[in-house]
Every structure is written in structure tokens, then in C-alpha cells.
Write a protein that binds this ligand. Structure first.
Ligand code: 13P
Length: 250
């Protein structure tokens, strides 16, 4: 459906020196990738990562951005700051930001606006908690997260939006969604895009799966009709495993 994108979300891992080393290890292993490859690194690693990816097609993502350009927001980083550095992507609405740092659908929408206004490509994370899946409201939860985050986003801007379906119960737990579960929800998200925009927009948008994706299960997940890539946590910190996932995205 959409263009395949494999993105690593390093979360709060790797110092700048370690980031350089890991990217240098990844680079030759993904040189023949037919999909887009992105590494999402901690803010302080961004200069090192941007330097290390030179000469490769690997893109660099930040893991969040604030919605204001500047101001009294101690500890925050704005979209224009990322843009000026040459950062291409930003992960927004990750469940860890929602759970531990108070991100809501509304703040995600505001961050989305700031990111798109500054030419960043957004990896928007949506996904249900285990209780929500058990109560049978997964489709409603991801639909509502997707709709609110995309509020005010024009159809042309969707070219700079990737959606990552990450069931919270599958993140860092080793408990992957089955390929069928992943595909079902990715298809539901695609239907939401069709409803908000149109069928062409739905077909073109990249929808990733994330949550314990690894070298062993990536091929099956990526072979699903509505799964256009992956957002990978733990396995993206191991060059060989990450490369296996990248090379499975054909
Ligand atoms: P894991 O691959 O470690 O489960 O993390 C997934 C994730 O949260 C990526 O954003």
C-alpha cells in the first residue's frame, strides 16, 4: 500500500559516541535497502547521528517536539530547532510519552501541526492498552487517536505523515500482535484515513506496525497487506537485527 518505512525508536538509549558507533555498524548492512530507513535517537544524539548517516540514505528522527516555536518551556525542544539541525523526522504520540509524560490526543495534534509547519515528517503513534483490547474497543481507540491527531491536517500534508500502530501491550513485552491482529488494525486505520480524506490518500499513507517486532517475526508482519513497515524499539539497538528487519521490508 504505502511506501515501506522501517524506523528504529532508540528511546532513552545510547550516548552520542554510542550512536555514532551503532549507525556506522548499521550503514553497510542496509546499503541495499529498498525501503526508507530511519533511526529515532535521543535529542542529544541528533548531531552525532546526522553526521554519521552522511553518505547513506538513513533518515534521522527526534522522539518528540513541542508545539510552540520558543518560550518558557524548560526542558523542551521545538520543531524549528529540529528543522534547523537538518532533522527529517519526528516521532509523536508514542505511548510512553502519553503514559509517563502526560501527552494527550490534543497535545499530539498541536505537536503534529508544529512539526508539519516546519517540514518534518511525522511518525504518529497510536495504539490501545490491553484493557481496551479486552473490552473490544481497539478500533474506536485508534480511530479517535488518529482523527484527533490529524485534525487540521490537509490531504497534501499526509505525504509527510506516517502512522505507527503500536498496541501498548506489545511494546517491550516480547508479546507481539499476531500478523492478523496487526493487519486488522492497520486496515482499520487505513479506513479512517479513507473516511477523513479519500481512497487515494488511504492507499498512499504508510502504516507501520510496532511492538516487539524483531528479526524473527518481521517478515511475516511486513508481508501483511496493510502493514507498510515497522517502528522498532529493542531490536533497533542491534545492528544485525535491525538490518534483518530492514531487508525483510521488500
Ligand atoms: P519494542 O520493539 O521494544 O517492543 O518497542 C516498540 C516501540 O515502542 C517502538 O516505538
Amino acid at each position: 500500500m504505502g511506501k515501506y518505512v522501517i524506523a528504529g525508536n532508540w528511546k532513552m538509549n545510547k550516548t552520542p559516541a554510542e550512536a555514532t558507533a551503532l549507525i556506522n555498524e548499521i550503514k553497510p548492512l542496509v546499503a541495499d535497502a529498498t525501503c526508507d530507513v530511519v533511526v529515532g535517537v535521543p535529542f542529544v544524539d541528533l548531531p552525532a547521528a546526522l553526521e554519521a548517516v552522511k553518505g547513506s540514505k538513513i533518515g534521522v528522527a527526534a522522539q518528540n517536539c513541542h508545539w510552540e516555536k520558543s518560550g518558557a518551556y524548560t526542558g523542551e525542544i521545538s520543531a524549528p530547532m529540529l528543522k534547523e539541525m537538518g532533522v527529517g523526522y519526528v516521532i509523536l504520540g508514542h505511548s510512553e510519552r502519553r503514559t509517563y509524560f502526560g501527552d494527550t490526543d490534543v497535545t499530539v495534534q498541536k505537536r503534529m501541526r508544529a512539526a508539519l509547519d516546519n517540514g518534518l515528517t511525522v511518525i504518529l503513534c497510536v495504539g490501545e492498552y490491553l484493557e481496551q483490547r479486552e473490552q473490544g474497543v481497539t478500533a474506536e481507540v485508534v480511530a479517535s487517536q488518529t482523527k484527533i491527531a490529524l485534525g487540521g491536517v490537509a490531504k497534501e500534508e499526509l505525504a509527510n505523515v506516517i502512522i505507527a500502530y503500536e498496541p501498548v501491550w506489545a511494546i517491550g513485552t516480547g508479546r507481539t500482535a499476531t500478523a492478523e491482529q496487526a493487519n486488522e488494525v492497520c486496515a482499520q486505520i487505513r479506513a479512517v484515513i479513507a473516511g477523513l480524506y479519500d481512497a487515494d490518500a488511504a492507499k498512499a499513507v504508510t502504516i507501520q506496525y510496532g511492538g516487539s517486532m524483531n528479526a524473527g517475526n518481521a517478515a511475516e508482519l511486513l508481508a501483511q497487506s496493510d502493514v507498510d513497515g515497522g517502528l522498532i524499539g529493542g531490536a533497533s539497538l542491534k545492528a544485525v537485527d535491525f538490518a534483518v528487519i530492514v531487508n525483510a521490508a521488500k
